[in-house]
Design a binder for this molecule. Structure first.
Ligand SMILES: [Zn+2]
Length: 215
């Protein structure tokens, strides 16, 4: 139901979001080793038409050894590339697919194969002792960039405040990535403005870079 890789496939970072499905074949979890063991978990393309997370990862990883750069990753990174088939056609989700950000543990939707996939990913990250979690989205761009949390805890609020002075707390809808991951570690959802805005990509990229350097 998803592929699990332990290195970055050659030339993956050359591909825009709509070319990932042909290359990867579907949702893919990629574990990259860094100096600190406990991984940062980053999910992108939960919504196939919101490519800011993938663009930020492409940009950010080029600094580091796995992406052809000269710096060691300061912390391990587990990257989940989600709805590649929807990204291929620039849609939030395909007809017949559930919303990939409503099917994480705690979801109230009827169970699907995608629920089992997300449950397996959460289990994997629990076993790895996940350090923090970031799920990256675009939005309408009417608001400033903001981070969302699902608990009012110091660590999650700190993680959110690193991204924006605007922090949104929500407990519905259920089944979102950050709500599931917050059971394991500080977790945020980033909303990075409209698709195609370079500022959103740069902001998210700098933020992920900072998260990798957190102790
Ligand atoms: Zn989204």
């Amino acid at each position: 139901m998803y592929a699990e890789l332990y290195e970055l496939p050659a030339r993956l970072l050359d591909l825009p979001a709509d070319k990932l499905h042909a290359f990867l074949g579907g949702p893919t979890l990629i574990h990259l080793q860094g100096r600190r063991e406990a991984p940062l978990f980053v999910s992108v393309l939960m919504h196939g038409n919101e490519d800011v997370g993938w663009e930020a990862v492409r940009h950010m990883l080029k600094k580091y050894l796995p992406g052809g750069g000269d710096q060691e990753l300061p912390r391990s990174l587990s990257l989940f590339i989600g709805n590649t088939s929807a990204a291929e056609v620039n849609m939030r989700r395909l007809a017949g697919q559930p919303d990939y950000n409503r099917v994480w543990p705690g979801s109230e939707l009827p169970p699907t194969a995608e629920h089992a996939m997300m449950e397996s990913i959460v289990d994997t990250m629990a076993h790895k002792g996940v350090f923090a979690s970031v799920d990256v989205h675009n939005n309408t761009g009417i608001n400033p960039h903001y981070a969302c949390v699902n608990v009012v805890r110091t660590e999650s609020l700190h993680l959110a405040a690193m991204f924006s002075r605007t922090v949104v707390y929500f407990t519905r809808p259920k089944g979102v990535q950050s709500m599931a991951m917050t059971e394991l570690c500080p977790a945020v959802t980033l909303e990075c403005g409209k698709v195609g805005q370079l500022h959103g990509v740069e902001h998210a990229s700098e933020y992920l870079h900072a998260c990798l350097h957190l102790a």
